[in-house]
Design a protein around this ligand. Sequence first.
Ligand code: CTP
Ligand code: MG
Length: 223
Amino acid sequence: MTTGIILAAGKGTRMGTDTPKQFLPYRDRPLVCASLSVFNESPEIDDIVLVTSEEYIDYCRAEIVGRYAFSKVRTIVAGGKERYDSVWNALRACPGADYVLIHDSARPFVTEDIIRRAAEAAKVYGAAAVGMPSKDTVKIADDEDFAASTPQRSRVWTIQTPQAFSRPLLVSANEMLMKRGQMAGVTDDAMIVETSGLAKVKLVEGSYENVKITTPEDLKRLS
Ligand code: CTP
Ligand code: MG
């Protein structure tokens, strides 16, 4: 049993619109529909948990899941303050899942192939994140924006979603970090597993197109 978790509980502060970016029109439908539709069609995915903020739950039920008939959406749950709070609420809503694939609704260019690669790697390694080798040289900056170090470029990946995990593993890793007070600064789910030391996270190929829509320029450029 594999559950897709679609995260749509953010506020979209950097987009700067009143409506959160995941509900802005994108190719004639609210943006969140793009990822929901790929997950709904994917043979790897048995059901879907959609996470949104409290005030958008009714809207999502009627205007997203109902209107566009996303038949695999089993439940819609309220998200939390941080992304990891939203993920935690979703994990509690799918107790029977063996594997979970967590995906940002702000990444509309996910494909069935990417979902398959992530799901297959999670079944072999327990934890997987999709990403791509960096085309740019990356530098780590010090406090005053001087270059402190330069990691070898061939080892640098930029990370995307979906990220796929054995659910029991991800639940244990979350519980461990919450107990130790190590959640602050967590920006993705792979980081939770890495910090816990419970498993190694396999990096698998996403695509250079699988970008996140963050700012108004992104939306304009990619529409
Ligand atoms: N997300 C979420 N719950 C949160 C924060 C983020 O479900 N508390 C989701 C967003 O809806 C988005 C994804 O996580 O699909 C990636 O987050 P990001 O791109 O940072 O979106 P926002 O947090 O909404 O945007 P911003 O950081 O600009 O406010
Ligand atoms: Mg954010």
